[in-house]
Design a protein around this ligand. Structure first.
Ligand code: SF4
Ligand code: SF4
Length: 72
């Protein structure tokens, strides 16, 4: 069965850098940025190492509702 290709998008200006989404993404599709957003947080961003499979877990745990996931 072909793996589902999805795209995760983080609104970096809303992100508080709590890293919950990174901990809950069991696919390694999110990482902490090296840069800071306007509030001074290391925001979450898509990882280049792994692909998002669209499980939506990150959107469920994000307290700032900063994540959207798009399917193919
Ligand atoms: S939707 Fe699932 S696989 Fe994709 S980034 Fe969020 S937790 Fe990871
Ligand atoms: S869970 Fe939300 S606020 Fe926390 S790091 Fe991820 S995107 Fe940012």
């Amino acid at each position: 069965m072909a793996k589902k290709q999805c795209k995760v998008v983080v609104n970096e200006s809303l992100c508080k850098g709590c890293n919950l989404c990174i901990e809950y993404c069991k696919h390694g599709a999110l990482r902490s940025s090296s840069g800071l957003n306007k509030m001074g947080y290391h925001y979450a961003e898509p990882s280049e190492e792994a692909e998002c499979i669209g499980c939506m877990m990150c959107t469920l745990v994000c307290p700032e509702v900063a994540i959207e996931v798009y399917g193919e």
